[in-house]
Design a protein around this ligand. Structure first.
Ligand code: NDP
Length: 357
């Protein structure tokens, strides 16, 4: 087993390391210039701030820095080797951050336990940075670094990188790079618009995403057999199809929100009442961005083979989360758009899967 047992010392080191990583990203996020926020709808609090969309630069330099450091002095593999210590550290930090957030945002009102779990405020800020938007950076850059460290661990322990591992790295790096490429589109997502920032989202960002979503990579590392060459084309094709849906649908919505007259698939966008997009992916299904993301997760998990069911918990969990969220978002949109939403549902009849859901 290539993973080290946690000790008090290793958990202490992991906590200090993870905390330093978050603080470094926070300081760089404050210092680095980024393109100014574009005009368009935005969550009320964030709209009053000048957000800096420098995530792609931070992501790129973290990945290049980690790979360069691995070749120069080694050490990247230690992240995966100390997975259990990092998991404990991440939970400790998420708890501490949630308590601090709860205390800082609950001034003047009676404190309730539910507010600790789900948050007091929608868009709390520190030093001018929207904490909810910022938290995606340590979350997803942390996931990318953990994934890379799994490859480094394979390299250190076996002297080679398997085909399954190489594909896993390409698939997951593209996914995270795509997130940062469209970072500014996060202003139009459910979490930013609707959710309050409390333990639930903090835990999701700082523990769940890096430590749970990297599980398929850990099982690619532990895979006892080789990936059959014949499995590569269907897995790569299904992943690419999922990526096309995910990125295409999100991009169409972001573009529509920023510039409602922008063409979709080369034609002027069709809308319901000028407010809901019915062109492109959004005219086919109401949540094809969710379908695409699920397909991506499922296909990079298939690279782990079938020696364990544990990595499949990730796509199964994501499917449950997205299906539940699709239903919640339907209710939110029906309340917000009224009859326009009903008319939209007549155009785009299903959410994620034709004739099923
Ligand atoms: P959406 O990006 O689908 O955003 C939903 C909002 O978009 C709605 O509330 C509504 O808000 C607006 N909207 C919906 N339909 C239309 C339409 N036809 N025309 C115009 N606006 C519309 O969902 P999420 O924010 O939940 O997800 C964003 C991305 O994040 C997705 O790709 C998802 O897969 C991913 N995700 C990933 C998770 C993970 O753990 N990996 C977890 C959750 C999400 P408005 O009030 O602005 O109109």
């Amino acid at each position: 087993m290539p993973f080290a047992q946690p000790t008090l010392l290793s958990v202490g080191r992991a906590t200090a390391g993870y905390a330093s990583f978050i603080v470094a990203l926070f300081i760089l996020s404050m210092l680095l210039p980024g393109p100014a926020r574009a005009a368009g709808s935005a969550p009320p609090a964030a709209s009053r701030r000048q957000d800096r969309w420098s995530g792609l630069v931070l992501f790129g330099s973290s990945v290049i820095g980690a790979i360069a450091a691995e070749f120069a002095v080694g050490g990247l593999a230690a992240l995966a080797r100390h997975y259990w210590s990092l998991l404990v550290a991440a939970n400790l930090l998420a708890l501490a951050a949630s308590v601090a957030l709860f205390v800082a945002t609950s001034t003047g009102k009676r404190r309730q336990i539910g507010d600790f779990f789900f948050g007091n405020a929608r868009n709390p800020a520190l030093c001018g940075l929207d904490l909810k938007l910022f938290s995606y950076r340590p979350s997803l850059i942390g996931l990318a670094l953990l994934n890379l460290s799994v490859a480094a661990l394979q390299w250190r322990t076996t002297g080679r990188i398997t085909l399954a591992m190489a594909l896993y790295q390409i698939f997951t790096l593209l996914y995270v790079a795509n997130y940062f490429h469209f970072e500014r589109g996060m202003r139009f997502t459910w979490d930013i618009i609707e959710e309050r920032f409390g333990w639930s989202l903090v835990w999701g960002d700082y523990v769940l995403v890096p430590a749970f979503y990297c599980l398929p990579g850990l099982y690619v590392l532990l895979r006892p057999d080789a990936l059959p060459i014949a499995a590569v084309p269907p897995i790569a094709a299904a992943y690419t199809f999922g990526f096309w849906l995910f990125r295409g649908a999100n991009q169409q919505k972001h573009r529509f929100k920023e510039m409602p007259t922008a063409p979709i698939w080369g034609r002027p966008a069709n809308t319901v009442g000028g407010r809901l997009l019915v062109s492109g992916f959004w005219g086919i299904g109401r949540k094809l961005n969710y379908t695409g993301e699920f397909l991506m997760y499922l296909n990079w998990t298939l690279l782990a083979g079938f020696h364990s069911w544990i990595p499949y918990c990730v796509p199964v969990w994501l499917l449950g989360l997205l299906a539940h969220r699709a239903a919640r978002d339907d209710r939110r949109c029906r309340a917000k758009y009224g009859e326009l939403w009903d008319e939209y549902c007549r155009h785009a009849r299903f959410r994620m899967f034709p004739f099923l859901y």
